[in-house]
Design a protein around this ligand. Structure first.
Ligand code: FES
Length: 281
């Protein structure tokens, strides 16, 4: 991380004051915090000062510290730590923040930096000839899926080519930045895949209907190709035994009642009880 210092005294204004509208907003913002915790509003107030003047001056930092009842050094720590705060004057129409972290670098951030060097200034944080543009290289801005990208003010411009970035810079330099659509600069919705959605699609009904038809055809083809073979039941699991119960010649009551009666050893077991018993002589 580079050393971040306040701008030279020669460019520092003598005083700072919020505009009437911003002063009312600042008061409302401070009131959102509990009594004794007003210092928590330091980041939003510094950001508002930057949006008002284009950068964060020493006078603004000290003025905001006074508003929040905090030592100047505490407000200075915040302003110099977070790179979203510009400590020197930047382009009046655009300060281009080029992401140079790995995904963006792999997708061509170096070429975007070359464009900035050619069209704006050879060194970062240097104003162009008319004072309207400046640039810097920043860390990941959280839009890696759509790399490479740049931030200008609060907007991200993604999926950039060097040619598209040149057009965007020219648009801001001409004062037409508000007309340029932020976000992906190619045909994609937000961070959805290029060429359209590939997930979370409704099920394709015709495909579903085709699947059983294909399975049936495969089954029919298989049945046609295979010869019809008669396979007798296997006797492999049948026990080999000479016991009467397994002798097929021995008839059972269920299959042949007369033969079964003949087999019976105890007379009376096979007596037909539906007929009257013989009277004893
Ligand atoms: S690496 Fe560039 S936005 Fe994350």
């Amino acid at each position: 991380m580079s050393v971040r210092r306040l701008a030279e005294d020669t460019v520092q204004p003598a005083a700072f004051a919020f505009s009437k509208e911003n002063a009312a907003w600042a008061e409302a913002t401070i009131n959102k915090y509990p009594k004794g915790r007003e210092q928590s509003a330091v980041i939003p107030l510094l950001m508002r000062a930057q949006e008002q003047d284009g950068w964060v001056t020493r006078a603004a930092i000290e003025s905001i510290a006074d508003m929040l009842g905090m030592p100047y050094i505490r407000a200075l720590e915040v302003a110099t730590f977070y790179t979203q705060f510009q400590l020197k004057p930047v382009g009046s129409r655009a300060h281009v923040q080029v992401c140079g972290t790995t995904p963006c670098m792999l997708r061509g951030a170096e070429d975007l930096i070359k464009v900035c060097k050619t069209k704006i200034a050879a060194e970062p944080f240097t104003l162009n000839g008319s004072g309207t543009l400046s640039w810097e290289e920043v860390e990941c801005q959280g839009a890696c899926v759509n790399a490479p990208m740049v931030m200008i003010f609060k907007d991200a411009f993604e999926d950039l080519t060097p040619e598209r970035l040149e057009e965007i810079i020219d648009g801001f330099d001409a004062g037409k930045g508000a007309e340029i659509q932020p976000g992906p600069q190619i045909d994609r919705i937000y961070s959805a895949p290029i060429g359209g959605l590939t997930t979370l699609q409704p099920p394709e009904a015709p495909e579903k209907a085709k699947a059983p038809a294909r399975a049936k055809k495969a089954k029919d083809d298989k049945a046609r190709d295979e010869p019809a073979v008669s396979v007798p039941p296997s006797n492999a699991a049948k026990p080999k035994t000479a016991a009467d119960v397994t002798n097929p010649a021995v008839k059972t009551p269920a299959t042949a009642k007369k033969a079964a009666a003949k087999n019976a050893k105890i007379e009376g077991e096979t007596v037909d009880k539906s007929k009257p018993a013989k009277k004893p002589r």
